[in-house]
Design a protein around this ligand. Sequence first.
Ligand SMILES: Nc1nc2c(c(=O)[nH]1)N[C@H]1C(S)=C(S)[C@@H](COP(=O)(O)O)O[C@H]1N2
Ligand SMILES: [Mo]
Length: 350
Amino acid sequence: MADRLNRNAKPTLTTRSLHPENKEAPFPFIGNDSVPTSLFYKRNHFDYPSLTYLNYWLPIGGFVTTPKVFSMQDLKNLPSKTLKVVLECAGNKRSYFRPKVFGEQWEKGAINQGFWTGVPLKTLLHSVGIQKEVTEVIIEGYDKGKKTGSNTLHSFKRSLPLEKALDPDTLIAYEYNEQPIPFEHGFPLRLIVPNWYAMASVKWIKQITLHIGTFKGPFQTEDYVYYPHVDNDQDSFPVTIHNVNSSIQQPLDKQILTKGSHTITGIAWTGLGSISKVEISIDHGTTWSQTAIQRSVTDRYAWTSWTYEWVVEEKGEYTIMAKATDTNGRTQPLTPFGTEKGTDIMLLIK
Ligand SMILES: Nc1nc2c(c(=O)[nH]1)N[C@H]1C(S)=C(S)[C@@H](COP(=O)(O)O)O[C@H]1N2
Ligand SMILES: [Mo]
């Protein structure tokens, strides 16, 4: 009999928009470890910057003692660090909101995990000298364009509070999974801010500026802000650390299964502490069962994989819900808040 298995079949990204390029990972197929570049979601506000990197220099200035420009070689000569980090777009799972909310309609695939290598930003800040009154560090990317509904040209630029910029794990990265960073993901240099939603991890770094006061760029005052009230901007606050969250990888949404035993698999992550438990419900949240979690003790910014052995005794249509809790006592809510949502998928059992 002919071999009907297509050995060349490969999962691919799903296009959410072409200009700028926004593409989602095939979430059930990205695995549970480091994600290869071919399955790394892409999220851009503008078209890609057109640059030749023959002569790349990184300037660091503003309120410093000695402004400096670093060459790639300067950076590579400094002590480096490699961290396994989850990058999740703040808009991940937005398509599940009811009613619909404005923005790319991401399903569960605006998330990635991999190894980033680079120099702690802290090392560079100490090398230029931080003036006493400095409160924030602004990181600007080479990409620019007009924001939707506006005619002003902006570059993608955001600030980090000085304290977070000085966190020894905030990196100026030059490698992803032991290779130079792929162009779409920020080559040659990208900021990596572990535990924060990925808008903070600025790609294609053009310059770094030490700032006194509160930087009010649109990517932190208009976008990437939680608006708790539908009808006004009161009590709004910036999006920073990851909420506690989980997603189901297998079975697939609306998959048809046979009766018997099935392994439910997924991942969970948080920006505060680590995942302490992940629970599953197949009765719309009435009862919850604990899954088996495989938490990494060495990689504190990695996601946690979990599995659950599910025995299906009766035919029917099932909804599986997953709910994660972290060591900070935060539990994934069942109704969405801001940019967040609990996970559930529908299943048919035949
Ligand atoms: N320079 C620059 N950096 C950026 C962005 C951007 O548009 N330009 N998008 C941000 C957002 S919102 C996300 S989710 C991640 C996406 O990174 P990726 O395209 O490597 O997946 O990059 C962040 N850094
Ligand atoms: Mo994002």
